[in-house]
Design a protein. Structure first.
Length: 238
């Protein structure tokens, strides 16, 4: 999922995660070759890496079955997506459900609270909606060096700040292989899990909110995009 502030993905990140991906219900022009029964393209996720969005590009996504867009808002307490407002407004005007994610760097409870406040501040600057999902992008390599109990505690502290601000829907994006090793899923964070099989078909992780199954899908008129199949309506605004 992560696109760094420098707009580049590290080899380590690419190896560890098939970062944020999309699925399509019909077969637009593709960067990858998928079988006819590939998973749905219910949700796309973007960052500044994808650039400013256009109404035509988003309409092409909608025509392919996309219902929701999850946008990178912040990272740590030092980076804000410079296209956050434009991407949010264009997605809303296209009739897509919008959601936001924060790239986590926190290793302590205090850091988690600071990052949460930073995240909330910048999301509130671009939308008054409260029925959006506020997701933690949990993939930084240093987080794998912490005990799972510490990560779970820090995530709980982060989400408590987010929920206190009125955002009741939270979630965790992570590599499916990290679950139960470095991070836990629970009733408040069913998970948005990344796993990129060579020949994606059907459904995976039915108990999770979403499955990101590729980072290399190309809709007509767009660059390569992360796509996810939704297992429920959690990422769809009320």
């Amino acid at each position: 999922m992560k696109k760094f502030a420098s707009l580049k993905l590290t080899a380590l990140t690419l190896a560890a995660f098939g970062l944020l991906a999309f699925s399509a219900t019909s077969l637009p022009v593709q960067a990858n070759t998928f079988s006819a029964n590939h998973p749905n393209a219910d949700m796309v996720d973007i960052s500044a890496y994808q650039g400013a969005q256009t109404n035509l590009g988003l309409q092409n996504m909608k025509d392919a079955g996309v219902q929701a867009m999850t946008i990178k808002a912040t990272e740590g307490t030092y980076y804000t997506n410079p296209l956050l407002a434009q991407q949010t407004q264009t997605a809303q005007s296209a009739g897509l459900s919008i959601n936001f994610y924060h790239y986590a760097n926190f290793t302590t409870k205090a850091q988690a609270k600071r990052e949460a406040k930073y995240f909330v501040k910048h999301v509130e600057a671009v939308t008054s909606q409260r029925d959006v999902v506020m997701a933690i992008d949990f993939e930084a390599s240093k987080l794998a060096n912490l005990p799972i109990a510490t990560n779970d505690r820090n995530i709980k502290a982060f989400n408590k700040v987010v929920q206190k601000a009125g955002f009741t829907k939270t979630d965790i994006y992570t590599n499916a292989n990290w679950v139960d090793s470095y991070v836990s899923m629970n009733s408040k964070n069913f998970g948005w899990l990344a796993n990129y099989p060579n020949n994606p078909t059907g459904k995976k992780y039915a108990a999770a909110n979403a499955w990101q199954w590729t980072s290399n899908f190309k809709f007509s008129g767009t660059g390569r995009t992360d796509v996810s199949q939704l297992n429920n309506d959690y990422y769809l605004n009320d």
